[in-house]
Design a binder for this molecule. Sequence first.
Ligand code: CMP
Length: 139
Amino acid sequence: AATRTFSIIKPDATRRNLTGAVTKMLEEAGLRVVASKRVLLSKEQAEGFYAVHKERPFFNDLVSFMTSGPVVVQVLEGENAVQRNRDIMGATNPANADAGTIRKELAESIEANSVHGSDSEENAAIEIAYFFKPEEIVG
Ligand code: CMP
């Protein structure tokens, strides 16, 4: 059955006008955009979203980067959506990502890595609820 995951097109990608290019790769990987909005995250929103990384050395830089420009938050639907999205995104560090993945083809660095995707169905549900009301998701 189709499941859902949560995606963010990050500021490095929106800055380079790659929203469509990223979305095309998601769609070609078999994912369907069932909710989407372009937003400028507040510091509080970014800190809350990445709370799990609070103690990491890169946390402050990550929050600065994620609030440096618009992002596009999306809900993606498809068979095995979480894994499917992780496969098309590629490794966190674009230097380690496989050819043909979003991060290999488009990302700039481990921080400016163009996309975020949920790492589990449990986190997908939490992350979707962080940005979308149920009625904003139209499958
Ligand atoms: P994301 O999947 O959004 O989850 C956490 C983000 O922190 C990650 O993608 C990167 O953009 C960023 N980041 C910056 N430095 C690192 C690092 N050394 N290891 C992991 N993530 C990092």
